[in-house]
Design a protein around this ligand. Sequence first.
Ligand SMILES: [Zn+2]
Length: 89
Amino acid sequence: MPHSPACPLCDQEPETISHLLLGCVFARQVWSAITGNWGKPQWTPTHGAKLVQWWTSLNVETRMRKEAWTVITLVAWTIWKHRNDVVFN
Ligand SMILES: [Zn+2]
């Protein structure tokens, strides 16, 4: 399928999965709101964050692990759905 190589959310960077889900200015605003709500602003991904390295770098307490992994998965899926809405609709 023909498509632009640029991120459909910011149109400023190449679209990679790490950029789209973490490093994009749009995604970072979403993560900032969530990590701030958790009292973990240091978990907000950086501009150049890579998905696996970021995810495995989070020092999640055992009691919070199930909730955190669930929320992270749902947020990533929601950003992906938003990207598809922007691209296809
Ligand atoms: Zn972007």
